[in-house]
Design a protein around this ligand. Structure first.
Ligand SMILES: [Zn+2]
Length: 146
């Protein structure tokens, strides 16, 4: 199968779109489609601030990245649910989100909602910005350094 745009070997074939694209053209197509649907459904504009909930997985981090690249004012929000599952799941997800924000998103702010054991209420905090780098501890949280 060949890329519909350049004729090189396709990396992906999307049957629902009847479209095959090489890696380069797929990486152009996804932001174009994102922009098209934002406008079609009048979701938001570049004057509005957008908050993207990120899990640390490829889907939410890609959306965050695409919206930033398209020029939207986007903050990331990571929800630290304290899930362990024998693999330290939440901690690893937060680590991946932090790494992504610092490495890929050059001008970012991201927020964290973290549960702590001392309070039934989760703690909101501005986790980091491009200027401050690493997150600040949750005020009053005994688990703040975790
Ligand atoms: Zn191509």
């Amino acid at each position: 199968m060949k890329c519909k745009k350049c004729g090189e070997k396709a990396s992906i074939h999307m049957r629902q779109h009847k479209l095959a694209l090489c890696k380069e053209h797929y990486l152009e197509w996804v932001p174009e489609q994102t922009e098209r649907f934002i406008k079609k459904y009048e979701m938001f504009n570049r004057d509005e601030k957008i908050l993207v909930a990120v899990s640390g997985g490829k889907d939410s981090l890609s959306l965050w990245d695409i919206l930033v690249r398209l020029g939207y004012q986007v903050d990331g929000l990571y929800l630290g649910l304290g899930i362990d599952g024998g693999i330290n799941y939440s901690h690893e997800s937060q680590r991946l989100t932090e790494e992504f924000a610092q490495r890929i998103i050059s001008n970012f702010t991201w927020w964290i909602l973290k549960r702590n054991t001392a309070s039934p209420y989760p703690c909101w905090r501005k986790a980091a910005t491009a200027d401050t780098g690493s997150p600040a501890p949750c005020a009053g949280s005994p688990n703040a350094t975790k």
